[in-house]
Design a protein around this ligand. Structure first.
Ligand SMILES: CC(C)(COP(=O)(O)OP(=O)(O)OC[C@H]1O[C@@H](n2cnc3c(N)ncnc32)[C@H](O)[C@@H]1OP(=O)(O)O)[C@@H](O)C(=O)NCCC(=O)NCCS
Length: 347
């Protein structure tokens, strides 16, 4: 059986080679670009070192489970948790139990093990191991132009007809609305964002700690994508923020609202954040805005602001260890704040 040990820098070449075999050259090149940032610079790394588990048979590396440590607010406590990612087993050694040993080793060593956006094989394995599955994370879309409602699976004449029929409706949804508070772009997250998180944290039954160190690492220093951050203020006081980016997809231009935070009871604040994103999306010529959001309070405001829930494939699995939880904990996710920005899904 394979030995499971912690990664050391001497493993780097063998991990790269295995990644190339399992995920292909393009993914391996993209992972290389992110690697130092993603695994070495994470401010939540305990002892400052990456938390990656390696499966080894003699001198041969046959698998890895890499993780992204985060602090997690869960049921009134803060625990050391991590997102599992880039899990892989050498093709000739798959389905022989190595993945299971890696998953269990990770889970034994963390206060909560979290998975987002799973591949079919890892999703099946999580299920086989009975990890609770509160997902998928709902996906909501706001149309801004006639191209927003096109589908790749529909023939072109159908797409044209749907565009024409829905245009008046899209125009009403997409019309510009006034901002009700001051919004401004910020270049870095200042310490006030940590104070803002500390104030809001008790509102959430489940959410990753969004302090300034985490936010700067995740959204300002990421080498592979460029985000825009805008903050909401009333007077001098920080009262919310949004993180978003614009991207070209095969069927049009999309603005993704990757992360946000505002008091869930502050409906006017949430609306102002969304209206700001509307303006930015229109200025970037986007056909739609997309957001992944689990929290029911936020989703209610999203729906009132012209967003529609669409099918989501963003699987989400969580296992909390060592905290007394009510029996309904994993079913009642109304107060859980999870977005696309969590884990490493936005690549
Ligand atoms: C996911 C992965 C690490 C699991 O490792 P493993 O050593 O094969 O897993 P185990 O042998 O411990 O467990 C096998 C179970 O995993 C699931 N599984 C593994 N490979 C699978 C596949 N190709 N299709 C469907 N389910 C699969 C099944 O539940 C399987 O149980 P079964 O054999 O009774 O049906 C491995 O399949 C892998 O490297 N996959 C490719 C990379 C990948 O998708 N990584 C996940 C990124 S999120």
């Amino acid at each position: 059986m394979a030995d499971i040990v912690r990664y050391t820098p001497d493993d780097r070449r063998a991990v790269d080679a295995l990644y190339r075999r399992v995920f292909g050259n393009d993914s391996a090149d993209a992972s290389r670009l992110r690697w130092e940032w993603q695994y070495r610079h994470n401010p939540n790394n305990p002892g400052g070192t990456p938390v990656i588990w390696i499966a080894r048979e003699g001198n041969t590396l046959v698998g890895q489970y890499a993780t992204m440590p985060v602090r997690l607010q869960v049921h009134g406590r803060e625990v050391e948790a991590s997102w599992g990612m880039d899990v892989m087993v050498a093709p000739e050694r798959q389905r022989q139990g190595i993945g299971e040993v890696l998953f269990r080793t990770w889970d034994r060593n963390v206060g909560a093990s979290l998975g987002l956006g799973l591949s079919q094989s890892s999703h099946r394995l999580f299920r086989k191991l009975h990890w609770p599955e509160p997902g998928p994370i709902p996906c909501l879309v706001k149309p801004l132009t006639r191209r927003a409602i096109n589908r790749a699976s529909w023939p072109e004449p159908v797409n044209r007809l749907v565009s024409a029929l829905t245009l008046p409706f899209v125009k009403v949804i997409a019309r510009s609305r006034p901002l009700r508070a001051e919004m401004a772009i910020v270049r870095r997250f200042a310490p006030e964002f940590t104070a803002f998180w500390d104030k809001l944290a008790p509102h959430f039954e489940f959410a990753v700690r969004r302090d300034a160190a985490y936010l700067n690492w995740k959204y300002v220093e990421a080498p592979h994508v460029r985000y825009v951050v805008a903050a909401l203020r009333r007077g001098a006081e920080l009262q919310g923020y949004v993180v978003y980016r614009h991207l070209q997809e095969p069927r049009g231009r999309v603005t993704t609202l990757v992360d946000f935070l505002v008091d869930p009871d502050d409906e006017a604040g949430m609306k102002t954040l969304l209206r700001w994103v509307d303006r930015e999306a229109r200025a970037a010529d986007s056909d739609k805005i997309r957001v992944f959001c689990l929290h029911e309070g936020y989703r209610r405001v999203l729906r009132r602001s012209g967003y529609f829930q669409v099918k989501s494939t963003m699987e989400f699995t969580v296992k909390v260890n060592g905290v007394d939880l009510p029996p309904t904990f994993y079913e009642d996710t109304l107060g859980w704040h999870v977005t696309l920005g969590d884990s490493d899904q936005d690549r």
